[in-house]
Design a protein around this ligand. Structure first.
Ligand code: FHN
Length: 693
């Protein structure tokens, strides 16, 4: 049972305690300065590599239920196991081979600097001794506080102890929604405020009873009951428990689906959480961590033999670090408390590589190169300048490594494997050549170090920046380069800029459609590739000659099970009507439904307008029957945008949306001349109404 007898009294007692002990009022950490955040994030940015552990009752069935073998930590839901039946696993949990010191040593030997373990996953089972529930490890035959033993072992080995804690809780009576198949579990007097007290009480245990905690890794934030206000409150609550703690972005509602990064809009969380994927490029100024399984499941599945190779994992680690991110690599322990042999093997092999090359990962920042054909690059500031770590995945056949577009002349070059053997350096125009030894080298990832003075001088082409890609009158264009003492020259017809081309200065203004090409020069010599961006001058779409309009737009509501937006022209709607804005309030169920909104939007002045949809799941937006925003597909809250040029007056607008399951939300925003990015206001939306003569 949950200790819910005193929920109403506990906050009162806490308030009295607060008053009597005259503690300072809780601090608002949401306004933390960048310098304060940098100090707090310092160990995490240095660490770069951590171990994720998904462990709990779900390890007992090991992925199998009634002959199906695709399950894992979601098994209570994916196998639709009734609560009482699932609870029986509590009486079977007895991981006699669990040794906290062995787990921590395996993480440390693999080169990992922090460990994130599931204190509570979605099933609600707690791997720690909680006074607020008996659905915890102390109610099992094992009867030992696993998180206490792990936190002691981590402290002993200098590894940061961190908790994964699920907001979504399929067992607590106050958490909603119930699983849609749990028809025998009525909502009763479920109370989210009371669930919040439970959540906070357990977080107070997790952050108060186990020494300093490095990261609180929230998850399960995507369902409708959890709001931005809850996330903001919980972020501050936890930071007040331990101000130095780091909290991921899944405490709030700002995560953009599995891509994991935090969207604009003031959402809480100290780092983004791409899951099972790595961002395409580095993200300057953004902290993020890719979490990944070694096979296909987070929790233990005895049938899952689709293991990533050690080579693949080492290269993923280098790829992530070369983009300025952290790598959180998962282990799903067996029910007896041991790690799968395949996980142990990979951890040992990664550790062997890290023992030689860890310097090229720890405390490094993103590559100064946009692309390297043979591998990746990380970098680290030194007293004299910069160390470039060249992660060579594909060794050149002639062992002559070519680094195109590097204009620094390195002080020296060497292998991390053989730091005392200087490598010969030569130059071929803009490329630096490094002679690698003929001796056997690591064919997975050989790290070559270049010691350079000052900052890397890399021939990345300049960046071309403009408010939008289409314009109706004139358009201002800026050129940027992170390099020192270069001059940017450009052409407007897509031809390759030369030393005789126009200098860019701070910005230029174009009056016609242009293919703007730009290139860096130094003393009349080209020192970068060129880059081209196309800008199109368009005639604004003329307004629709619509008469007899009324406020609001029309909606048609549909029910069905889709993985992408359906073809509404062949569907029969379940309901229809008018609504003041793109609202889901007339939905008749929580999932498996769709809307088509149609009407007119009044545009106040000629110009280029950018429209956005931010939705879970898919959505699209059309203006005058032309698609402008593509945001279709199954995803968490994800924003997409598109632009179009419109003349003053009424324009047809159509927004389509579908929800498959989980949380559901639709936001429609716009930006234009004199209009900052903001939700489309009600007062510009209309529908034709013949009665309105
Ligand atoms: O639903 C969970 C899943 O079980 C696992 O914990 C992953 C790990 O990040 N997070 C959620 C899926 O996004």
């Amino acid at each position: 049972m949950y200790r819910t007898l005193l929920p109403g009294i506990i906050p009162l007692l806490a308030a009295l305690l607060l008053l009597t002990t005259c503690d300072p009022p809780p601090k608002d950490f949401t306004a933390e300065s960048p310098a304060e955040k940098d100090r707090r994030m310092e160990w995490w940015r240095e660490a770069r590599f951590g171990m994720f552990i998904h462990w709990g009752l779900y390890a007992i069935p090991a992925g199998e239920w009634k002959g199906e073998t695709h399950h894992a930590e979601w098994i209570r839901t994916t196998a639709q196991i009734p609560l009482e039946e699932y609870d029986l696993f509590r009486d079977q949990f007895n991981p006699v081979r669990f040794r906290a010191d062995e787990w921590v040593k395996m993480a440390k030997n693999a080169g990992m600097k922090y460990m994130v373990i599931t204190s509570k996953h979605h099933d609600g089972f707690c791997l720690f001794d909680s006074k607020h529930t008996d659905f915890d490890v102390m109610s099992t035959p094992f009867e030992r506080d696993i998180l206490k033993e792990l936190s002691d072992a981590c402290r002993e080995e200098g590894i940061k102890m961190c908790w994964y804690h699920s907001i979504m809780d399929w067992r607590h009576p106050d958490y909603l929604p119930r699983r849609d198949w749990e028809t025998d579990r009525p909502e009763g007097d479920a109370d989210m405020d009371r669930f919040m007290v439970y959540l906070k009480n357990q977080l107070a245990e997790l952050v108060g009873n186990y020494g300093e905690i490095g990261v609180l890794w929230f998850d399960g934030e995507w369902e409708g009951a959890w709001k931005h206000e809850h996330g903001r409150d919980l972020y501050n609550f936890v930071r007040n428990l331990q101000p130095s703690i780091i909290i991921n972005n899944r405490v709030d509602k700002g995560r953009s689906g599995m891509a994991g990064l935090t969207r604009e809009g003031g959402y809480m969380g100290d780092f983004g959480t791409p899951e099972q994927e790595i961002p395409e490029t580095g993200l300057p100024g953004v902290d993020w961590e890719s979490c990944m399984t070694m096979n296909d499941h987070w929790g233990y599945n005895q049938y899952d033999n689709n293991w990533k190779s050690t080579s693949d994992l080492i290269r993923k680690l280098a790829d992530i670090a070369s983009k300025g991110g952290n790598f959180l690599l998962n282990v799903g322990p067996k029910p007896d408390g041991s790690f799968p042999e395949e996980s142990v093997e990979r951890l040992n092999e990664i550790g062997a590589w890290m023992k030689i090359n860890g310097e090229a990962i720890y405390g490094t920042s993103a590559s100064p190169f946009r692309h390297l054909s043979w591998g990746r690059c990380t970098q680290k500031q030194t007293a004299k300048g910069t160390r470039l770590y060249l992660h060579v995945f594909e060794l050149p056949e002639n062992r002559l490594l070519r680094i195109s577009g590097l204009y620094n002349d390195p002080e020296k070059a060497f292998l991390l494997l053989q730091p005392d053997n200087a490598l010969a350096i030569s130059r071929d125009e803009d490329a630096l050549l490094v002679q690698l030894p003929a001796s056997p080298l690591d064919t997975v990832n050989t790290v070559v170090v270049l010691e350079i003075n000052g900052k890397p001088d890399v021939s990345n082409p300049p960046q071309i920046r403009a408010a939008q890609r289409i314009f109706t009158d004139t358009l201002q264009i800026r050129f940027l380069s992170e390099r020192e003492n270069v001059e940017i020259r450009y052409t407007l017809n897509g031809t390759l800029p030369t030393a005789a081309s126009q200098p860019a200065g701070d910005f230029i203004v174009i009056e016609n459609s242009s293919a703007v090409s730009a290139r860096c020069f130094r003393n009349g010599t080209a020192v970068s590739d060129s880059v081209t961006a196309r800008f199109v001058k368009v005639v604004p779409l003329m307004p629709s000659p619509v008469a007899n309009t009324a406020k609001g737009i029309r909606y048609s509501y549909y029910e069905g099970d889709w993985d992408s937006l359906p073809d509404f022209t062949i569907l029969r709607h379940t309901a229809e009507g008018t609504v003041e804005n793109f609202s889901l309030k007339y939905k008749q169920k929580e999932d498996h439904y769709a809307f088509c909104f149609e009407g007119y939007i009044h545009i106040a002045s000629d110009g280029v307008y950018t429209f956005y949809t931010d939705s879970d799941d898919g959505s699209m937006l059309y203006i005058d029957d032309t698609p402008v925003v593509f945001n279709d597909g199954l995803h968490g809250m994800q924003e997409a945008k598109g632009e179009t040029a419109l003349a003053k007056g009424m324009h047809a607008i159509r927004v389509t949306f579908f929800e498959k399951g989980g949380s559901d939300e639709l936001k429609v925003l716009m930006k234009g001349p004199g209009l900052k990015k903001s939700p489309v206001p009600d007062n510009v939306l209309f529908h034709s109404n013949p009665e309105n003569k």
